[in-house]
Design a protein around this ligand. Structure first.
Ligand SMILES: [Zn+2]
Length: 224
């Protein structure tokens, strides 16, 4: 377990669908939830599941270097050219976890959408908030999850924006299994791994690591 929470090695993953992996203790509950939803005419399809440290590092570095868009709180691309490195770091952290800190490293967390409803809408899918609100193709899914997700052992860690991670209605976490990983997190361990990684903006991140850890990793937002 020592560095598993940071996406560095995982020995309890099983295939989920054709190109996803979940923790073996999570898959049965996910499949049961998917089946129950389908009976209610709702599809719970996977967008994103297990992710390695390397994958998260690639996302982070591409965002830092402007190769992937950085979104504002409303999900709109934001112009970061005039940002200081510290502002850029906070902008990325609103939507993307620092490598080593994503809940997707655990195999316990998943992003979901309703593929059929998106297809029927004729719109391109962007994984943004409006798609999960009234009038959006995944609104039915979001409503269904509000009522039923807990029953299958899942909760939404990013249900409310508190000044840390943005609201993500699509992100589910398996409560019991994720708790083990939550408990093994350590800011010191994270800082040591990042210091040795090929991380864009490393100096800025490490200078603010305590704040970043509280505000985004623990998602305590600005209440700290
Ligand atoms: Zn997610």
């Amino acid at each position: 377990m020592s560095s598993t929470w940071m996406g560095l090695g995982h020995d309890s993953l099983v295939p989920a669908g054709s190109d996803h992996q979940l923790h073996r203790l999570v898959l049965p509950d996910f499949e049961a939830m998917q089946l129950a939803a389908r009976r209610d005419g709702v599809n719970v399809d996977l967008v994103s599941t297990y992710r390695t440290f390397e994958k998260q590092l690639s996302i982070w570095n591409r965002k830092w270097h402007g190769q992937l868009p950085i979104l504002d709180l409303n999900g709109q691309p934001t112009a970061i050219a005039a940002f200081t490195d510290e502002q850029k770091m906070h902008a990325i952290l609103t939507w993307s976890a620092l490598p080593g800190t994503s809940r997707h490293h655990w195999g316990t967390d998943l992003d979901v959408y309703d593929r059929q409803a998106v297809h029927d809408s004729g719109e391109r899918f962007h994984l943004v908030d409006a798609e999960y609100r009234a009038g959006g193709p995944c609104a039915g899914l979001a409503d269904w999850l509000d009522v039923h997700a807990e029953h299958f052992g899942f909760f939404r860690p990013y249900l409310e924006y508190r000044g840390g991670v943005a609201c993500e209605l699509w992100h589910l976490s398996h409560r019991i299994t994720s708790r083990t990983y939550e408990k093994s997190r350590s800011c010191e361990q994270l800082a040591a791994i990042l210091a040795a990684a090929d991380l864009a903006g490393k100096r800025t991140v490490l200078a603010h690591i305590e704040t970043v850890y509280q505000r985004y990793v623990l998602n305590q937002g600005r209440s700290i």
